[in-house]
Design a protein around this ligand. Structure first.
Ligand SMILES: [Zn+2]
Length: 290
């Protein structure tokens, strides 16, 4: 698939999730359901046999949507949450992550990865479920640990659509501004804990080889608690269960002024950069384990 086709598919996903649906929070159960169905339907069309992992949250049935291979010998996960906070169209947060998830899953169908890959749309990442046992990714990670599943690595797509080329467009968490990190917001950030550092290095290499998007990596010690902002998504639930995991992010509010607001619309997103990310991740999926 060429760049143009990927870009067209990304655009269609962003449009459906952020324009047709908009707010996909637990306060809009019909929209949350439609977002879930959209991920399910796309996986099905690609030739996967997706399944739902359903649980009850605030008297509603909510589900993670899971496609691909959970081999007992070990498998990798690429995941993105499909819900939003209330009152935002959620283009960057996180229609961007879902769109990239779907397109990497599509490319993986042709790549025949030599290790099993599982693609997951996570439900209820955002408040009020955030940091509770009802986060979709926490439900998944806890059950996986209980069933002694061997997760070789989990990649979390958490806001991957917002890029800027002007100097000074990137804010940095204390104390990173003193450590030589870039202040132009044109890169994809990759955050690991210390245990996930080998995975981070392999991912960074593959993304650099597979596409033209600049990358910046950060490995934080102590499960990320030393820099609590780096725990702000689904990957932290995998860290907490002892699995290697990495968050891929445009750094959210450190770059995007529309974070969690009504202005988080698809017009702000950089489709070219997102297309590059799809190609970089597809390169990793194709090569990992070889
Ligand atoms: Zn998010």
């Amino acid at each position: 698939m060429n760049r143009e086709a990927i870009r067209a598919n990304l655009t269609a996903h962003l449009k459906y999730l952020s324009v047709t649906l908009g707010d996909r929070s637990v306060y809009r159960p019909e929209n949350l359901q439609k977002a879930e169905d959209y991920v399910f339907g796309n996986f099905q069309e690609m030739g996967y046999a997706p399944r739902r992992q359903t649980f009850i949250y605030q008297r509603q049935e909510v589900s993670n949507v899971i496609a691909g291979d959970q081999s007992p010998g070990g498998y990798y996960i690429l995941g993105a949450h499909f819900d939003t906070v209330a009152g935002t169209p959620g283009a960057d947060d996180n229609a961007s992550g879902v769109a990239v998830l779907l397109e990497v899953a599509r490319l993986a169908q042709n790549k025949k990865p030599s290790r099993p890959w599982t693609f997951i749309g996570f439900t209820t990442e955002e408040p009020p479920a955030f940091f509770t046992p009802y986060m979709g990714s926490r439900v998944y990670a806890k059950r996986a640990r209980k069933n002694r599943e061997k997760i070789l690595g989990m990649l979390c797509l958490e806001m991957v659509g917002y890029y800027r080329q002007e100097p000074g467009s990137q804010q940095l968490l204390f104390p990173l501004q003193f450590m030589g990190y870039p202040t132009t917001g044109n890169f994809i950030g990759m955050v690991s804990d210390r245990r996930s550092k080998p995975l981070l290095e392999r991912l960074d290499r593959a993304v650099k080889q597979g596409c033209n998007l600049p990358t910046v990596t950060l490995a934080v010690p102590l499960g990320g608690y030393i820099l609590p902002d780096v725990r702000l998504s689904d990957h932290a639930n995998f860290w907490d269960e002892g699995y290697p995991a990495i968050m891929l992010t445009d750094t959210a509010y450190l770059r995007n002024p529309h974070y969690h607001g009504p202005g988080d619309v698809m017009e702000n997103l950089d489709l070219e950069a997102m297309t590059e990310l799809v190609l970089g991740l597809a390169n990793f999926v194709g090569r990992e384990g070889k």
